[in-house]
Design a protein around this ligand. Structure first.
Ligand SMILES: CC(=O)SCCNC(=O)CCNC(=O)[C@H](O)C(C)(C)COP(=O)(O)OP(=O)(O)OC[C@H]1O[C@@H](n2cnc3c(N)ncnc32)[C@H](O)[C@@H]1OP(=O)(O)O
Ligand SMILES: CCCC(=O)O
Length: 445
């Protein structure tokens, strides 16, 4: 049989295909904007006949039907490698659970059998004449997940771009159990837009970026603000090597700032592992020979990043203590985001020749009652999850400046961090530093 005949034989409605799921199964959805929406809806419709089905996903961009249709969690348990704003709400209300992880190891959790997969449901681009489907926006740890799966269902979506990959970028019709079709537009990831504060923070990082640097821009308003700043600057011949491709990079490509000409690995090509952004970004990536997707075990590997001279990693964080420990994924015990690729890139970027890593946040925040709190705290006491340990922190950035902590003593760290804290809190931070015995009498007051 030729691939098209096999396709027809395996083609089912979503309602038929989800009968491959049995009670007790682990089901994996392809992540973020590759969410298999038709299969999710069909699986949710089986809530009265299934029990103990565990679903894994990361970063829900639209309401997840197995959660919405089963609020009491009688049939389904939803588990997340990483969180969106919607996922925060699910976790806050006990409707989802977080799985701690690092993205460079994500594939290993599958291949080592720690994360069993009975049924994989993944969104792919339409089949070519060889019977192949591109993984499109999500390379990530797709291959390891599919290799671990007992049964595979593809959700073919004509909006999914075909993306060239360095490796592990497609699946063949012969290797799947069922195919369904869905022509709903893919989820988009609207940026929350850059605030004035994001722009001020971005302006503190901008002077550290030079012609020929290879950039990794993380998630949040600030990386997008920095992208806009660079797009309007005289900088040239930048490179892209990033776990996450977002609209910030589209702006840089459109402004001609990214040429990848000076990259010391994959010269001439931009490299990413997962993409979430706008329809315009997805269209830009479709059959774009200048850009390659690759698995996270490669993209996020510090050894890969080490080979990219002049590498600059820029990510957001939530709070930092006077020792330089950084919490980027929780506020107290409240899960906000995920470790994602932050620690992978902080680790790798430092080891690259002329490598630099920046973790950025607003110096303070105002709560719902109008009370201002410092995001630089004496020490973490409220259950905050440490995403980047103090021994690996390099530049910490607020709207008041950027300080390089690498190699500094505790008293030097305290002095530098208090120097970029919100002015309202500097005195009390000094007192705390004194109590914590990390303040020298001769430190600047
Ligand atoms: C490696 C790559 O290529 S990609 C990326 C690497 N990954 C990471 O760096 C992961 C960790 N970092 C992140 O997820 C992000 O940068 C963040 C969450 C730190 C900041 O992202 P932003 O979109 O700018 O966050 P934003 O300011 O909108 O806040 C997000 C939420 O956190 C809450 N929050 C943020 N800071 C705080 C704080 N200090 N205290 C309490 N809550 C806070 C906000 O209230 C908001 O919650 P809500 O949506 O329920 O209201
Ligand atoms: C898409 C996930 C981004 C991250 O690594 O945090």
């Amino acid at each position: 049989m030729n691939p098209f005949e096999i396709y027809q034989e395996k083609l089912h409605t979503p309602e038929e295909a989800v009968h491959l799921v049995q009670s007790g199964d682990w089901v994996d959805y392809s992540q973020t904007c590759s969410f298999p929406a038709a299969l999710d809806a069909a699986l949710a419709a089986r809530r009265d006949e299934l029990t103990d089905v565990k679903v894994r996903h990361a970063i829900s961009m639209r309401p997840v039907q197995i959660v919405e249709q089963d609020p009491q969690r009688q049939a389904f348990t939803y588990n997340l490698w990483h969180c969106s704003g919607l996922d925060r709400k699910y976790i806050d209300t006990g409707r989802a659970f977080f799985s701690p992880m690092m993205f460079r190891f994500c594939g290993s959790y599958y291949s080592r059998g720690q994360a069993p997969v009975n049924v994989a449901m993944v969104t792919v681009s339409p089949m070519d004449r060889y019977g192949n489907f591109s993984y499109g926006l999500t390379n990530c740890c797709m291959q390891e997940m599919l290799d671990a799966a007992d049964r595979i269902i593809l959700e073919v979506n004509p909006h999914m771009p075909f993306i060239y990959g360095m490796a592990d970028d497609h699946i063949n019709i012969r290797d799947v159990d069922a195919v369904v079709e869905n022509d709903q537009p893919l989820s988009e990831a609207p940026s929350r837009g850059a605030s004035e504060l994001d722009k001020q923070i971005a302006a503190q990082i901008f002077p550290f970026i030079h012609d020929g640097d290879t950039l990794q821009l993380g998630i949040g308003g600030m990386p997008n603000a920095l992208g806009s700043l660079i797009a309007g600057s005289d900088l040239r011949d930048l490179g892209m090597h990033t776990e996450l491709m977002s609209d910030g990079y589209l702006d840089l490509y459109k402004a001609g700032k990214i040429t990848n000409k000076r990259k010391t690995l994959q010269k001439g090509k931009g490299v990413f592992s997962i993409c979430s952004g706008s329809k315009e970004l997805y269209e830009f990536l479709d059959h774009n020979i200048d850009i390659l997707s690759a698995p996270m075990h490669y993209v996020n590997d510090p050894e890969t990043i080490r080979q990219l001279d002049h590498f600059v990693s820029i990510n957001g964080c939530i709070a930092c203590d006077l020792y330089g420990q950084v919490s980027s994924e929780s506020a107290g015990t409240r899960q906000i985001s995920g470790t994602g690729g932050q620690l992978d890139f902080v680790t790798g970027a430092y080891t690259a020749e002329h490598g630099r890593t920046f973790l950025a946040m607003a110096s303070s925040r105002v709560d719902k009652k109008g009370v201002r709190h410092s995001n630089i705290v004496p020490c973490f006491t409220g259950g905050d999850i440490i995403t980047t340990p103090r021994a690996q922190t390099m530049y910490i950035v607020t709207e008041y400046g950027a300080v390089n902590l690498a190699g500094l003593t505790t008293w030097q760290r305290a002095e530098k961090l208090i120097g970029i804290a919100h002015p309202d809190f500097r005195d009390e931070l000094i007192k705390a530093a004194e109590q914590q015995k990390i303040w020298r009498n001769s430190n600047k007051k």
